[in-house]
Design a protein around this ligand. Structure first.
Ligand code: PEP
Ligand code: MN
Length: 343
């Protein structure tokens, strides 16, 4: 439930109401706005009956939150959330470009790729250390060694880096090395992992499961927010459909839809969304056009030798060309790109 206070309501009134809401067994929330303070009460609303909020002299209006997800909903919070990843903000007026290889393979490979993407204006780095591979015989990532390389390259280049966490017990470890934890498609509904990330407070990039609806994704995000962590970025990365010509079907409908339903930032992964290198650039442009706050894209210094996802990875020249081609789309969308001059 959302409780809008009158413009002249004092902080004492707000605090008093918050403690009464808590005493009724609901979770109280306070969202001070420019003109009015808005309170939230999450839980069994029937228990609030005895407070008679509708006749409180300082309450302007009361609205139920109809969506099954509460904290992530636009009903609760109208302004866009901007998440800061060690200096890279996602959700504001800058279009974020997170780039790097599918997996960190060596110091040399990661530094070369990182230098190349930084030179043309990437805002952040990506790179997997723990890889959730379909086959147990495929390269599984360098593990902790990969995290060390990630951190080393990220600090040498002065760019924030994101990497996937696949296990609850690794959350603390990954957070030590990375600016944000990525939850992969295969783990979107790993609720224990989501709760652990919710308690960590660090930014989380939550990728949509390959068979998840938009509502499933928003409810997964709700798990993280409900544990006290508001720093969640949603990622559309394609879903499984009957179409087999591409690896996944990039559901760009989801972007403007999520923007209506939620205040959280949304980025797009055109690499996994298509699985086809030649489709990455056009779908990145489409991502800008439909209102995404950024992209996360696979780039490898030598895609032919990549240990994973080489076929969908751009080489540094292709990435540079993409950055150049994206610029006018980003400008038309009323946003800006981080310029390479700021790096
Ligand atoms: C990845 O980003 O490398 C990855 C494995 O993505 P997803 O979880 O979307 O498949
Ligand atoms: Mn990959």
């Amino acid at each position: 439930m959302i409780i809008v206070l009158k413009p002249n309501a004092t902080k004492e009134v707000a605090d008093q109401l918050l403690s009464e809401i808590e005493a009724c067994g609901l979770k109280p929330l306070c969202m001070p706005g420019e003109e009015r303070v808005v309170l939230g009460a999450l839980g069994d609303e029937r228990r609030l009956g005895k407070l008679r909020l509708e006749s409180h002299p300082m309450v302007e209006s009361i609205k139920p939150i109809l969506a099954p997800y509460k904290l992530v909903s636009r009903e609760l919070k109208q302004e866009n959330t901007v998440v800061d990843l060690d200096g890279m903000s996602i959700g504001g007026d800058t279009f974020a470009v997170i780039a790097g290889p599918c997996a960190i393979e060596s110091s040399d490979q990661y530094l070369k790729t990182g230098e190349a993407v930084k030179a043309v204006g990437a805002s952040g780095l990506r790179g997997g250390a723990f890889k959730p591979r379909t086959s147990p015989y495929s390269f599984q990532g360098l593990g902790v060694e990969g995290l060390k390389i990630l951190k080393d390259v990220s600090s040498r280049l002065g760019l924030p880096a994101v990497t996937e966490v696949v296990d609850v017990s690794d959350v603390g470890l990954v957070n030590e090395y990375a600016s944000a934890c990525q939850v992969g498609a295969r783990n979107m509904q790993n609720f224990r992992l989501l709760k652990e990330l919710g308690q960590s407070g660090k930014p989380v990039i939550l990728k949509r499961g390959m068979a998840a609806t938009v509502e499933d994704l928003l409810l997964a995000a709700e798990y993280i927010l409900s544990q006290g962590n508001p720093n969640v970025i949603l990622c559309e990365r394609g879903i499984k459909t009957f179409e087999t010509a591409t690896r996944n079907t990039l559901d760009l409908n989801a972007v403007p839809l999520i923007k209506q339903l939620s205040h959280l930032p949304v980025i797009v992964d055109p690499s996994h969304g298509t699985g086809v290198r030649d489709l990455v650039v056009p779908m990145s442009k489409a991502a800008v056009a439909c209102g995404a706050d950024g992209i996360i894209v696979e780039v490898h210094c030598n895609p032919r030798e990549a240990l994973s996802d080489g076929g969908q990875s751009l080489n540094p020249d292709q990435f540079a060309a993409m950055m150049h081609e994206l610029e006018p789309f980003v400008r038309a969308a009323g946003k800006k790109m981080k310029s390479s001059a700021n790096n």
